[in-house]
Design a protein around this ligand. Structure first.
Ligand SMILES: C[S@@+](CC[C@H](N)C(=O)[O-])C[C@H]1O[C@@H](n2cnc3c(N)ncnc32)[C@H](O)[C@@H]1O
Length: 145
């Protein structure tokens, strides 16, 4: 635990791309709250309104600090290219989290390019895609249990 509050003198902008039902968004918001970090703006973007509703409900059950803001946006990663999907959001993002999403797109590279188009020069992306081997073994597990 970090004992003292950290008030950033700038806003850190984070995009949770394909945030689904909210694991990454909630984890980040809760962690910043626990560490007394403020000045973090999170945009949770997903295609599915149903998933967004679940993420909102889960987040609402947490006592998130007022220094952490979360905006829920329904839309596609692919629309980031023309920036229309994020009305009112200040770009670019300092960090983008995209876990378990890009392999769902017809062209994952196009998705990665769309993410890059809204990433700051100094920014970073944390990305996870399913591997062919790992899903093969997962299928075996489902078949045999
Ligand atoms: C396997 S879930 C992963 C959710 C979340 N990242 C996590 O780790 O819990 C994939 C998510 O990607 C979203 N998704 C798929 N294609 C998308 C797109 N083009 N733009 C935005 N979200 C998308 C789905 O709606 C779904 O919520």
């Amino acid at each position: 635990m970090v004992p003292n509050a950290k008030h950033l003198n700038f806003t850190v902008r984070v995009l949770i791309a394909g945030g689904g039902t909210g694991d990454s968004t909630i984890h980040l918001a809760q962690r910043c709250t626990d560490l007394n970090i403020s000045g973090v703006h999170i945009v949770h973007l997903d295609l599915s309104q149903a998933s967004i509703r679940i993420a909102q409900a889960r987040l609402a059950r947490r006592n998130i600090s007022s220094g952490i803001t979360v905006a829920f946006v329904r839309g596609s990663i692919l629309d980031l290219m023309n920036k229309q999907v994020l009305p009112g959001c200040s770009l670019p993002f300092d960090y983008i989290d995209c876990v378990g999403v890009l392999h769902h797109l017809p062209d994952p590279v196009q998705g990665a390019r769309a993410l890059q188009s809204v990433l700051a020069d100094h920014g970073a992306i944390g990305m996870m895609l399913y591997g062919k081997q790992s899903t093969f073994f997962l299928c075996l597990v489902y078949i045999y249990i």
